[in-house]
Design a protein around this ligand. Structure first.
Ligand SMILES: C[S@@+](CC[C@H](N)C(=O)[O-])C[C@H]1O[C@@H](n2cnc3c(N)ncnc32)[C@H](O)[C@@H]1O
Length: 248
């Protein structure tokens, strides 16, 4: 997935409206693909990042010196109210155990008038080509597998709807397109064998014979030589409401 990170991070930061004078938070930072883009835009000392996986926080820290990288979850962010101008999460909503609480926490740590933004791959309608090829191949052998199609945020409009339910205002949603290049089929297939993410973990659960069948079905769906794949993500951004000040 990492090879999609630079192109997704750039279009997501643009869509969220990240500009040089802001203090920003990257929720579910992973190894720091988006964090790096944020550092380039606002400087390391204006970026905070958090992820529950210690190996990811270590990698994020190493790649982004000077960033305040913490270990923890979106549902319980360790920052005070209104610390950030923009709080973002890239490809994380669907992995949260309580996405509603995660969105509430993202809003809490963002100042009134500031921005909350999130994106997830379109795995509901197959716009993330790499994952569509994989799960379509899987379904040839086990039609009942739902793959990543039901995860939070993966359907058009779902993130925007979650933001409205959290009483955020000025909600804007849309799509982002990222792209990755592959030298050949093995280059495409190898990352699935690392047992990372829902697809990799599913593959690892299969017998060797079934794994080989899925591999061949993927191969049949792709061109032989160098190729590029598009990946669509759904995103939304919204404003944290400014509390009405009651007249004295
Ligand atoms: C697909 S990765 C995305 C990483 C990174 N944001 C990116 O765009 O490359 C999903 C990340 O969400 C993290 N994660 C899982 N549950 C989480 C939670 N409850 N709160 C915050 N992050 C979470 C995982 O550890 C993982 O790093």
């Amino acid at each position: 997935m990492g090879r999609y990170a630079p192109s997704l991070a750039a279009v997501f930061a643009d869509a969220a409206g990240v500009t040089s004078d802001q203090r920003v938070c990257d929720v579910g930072c992973g190894p720091g693909g988006l964090t790096r883009e944020l550092v380039a835009r606002v400087g390391a000392t204006n970026v905070a990042a958090i992820d529950p996986a210690p190996q990811f926080t270590a990698a994020c820290r190493e790649r982004n010196p000077g960033v305040d990288v913490r270990e923890g979850v979106a549902e319980q962010l360790p920052w005070a109210n209104a610390e950030f101008d923009i709080t973002l999460s890239s490809l994380v909503l669907g992995f949260m155990s309580d996405a509603e609480q995660g969105v509430r926490e993202m809003a809490r740590v963002t100042r009134p008038g500031g921005t909350v933004a999130a994106c997830m791959w379109d795995t509901a309608t197959g716009g993330m080509t790499m994952l569509r090829v994989f799960w379509t191949a899987v379904c040839q052998f086990d039609a009942g597998v739902e793959g990543e199609s039901q995860m939070a945020g993966t359907a058009e409009g779902d993130i925007a709807e979650r933001f409205r339910r959290a009483d955020l205002t000025n909600v804007v949603g849309g799509q982002l397109t990222a792209r990755a290049d592959y030298v050949d089929f093995d280059d495409f297939w190898e990352p699935f064998t690392f047992a990372v993410g829902p697809a990799g973990q599913y593959l690892q659960s299969l017998s060797g014979e079934r794994r080989a069948s899925v591999r061949e079905a993927c191969r049949a769906a792709l061109p032989p030589g160098p190729f590029s794949l598009d990946a669509r993500a759904w995103y939304a951004r919204a404003t944290v409401p400014i509390e009405a000040v009651s007249p004295e």
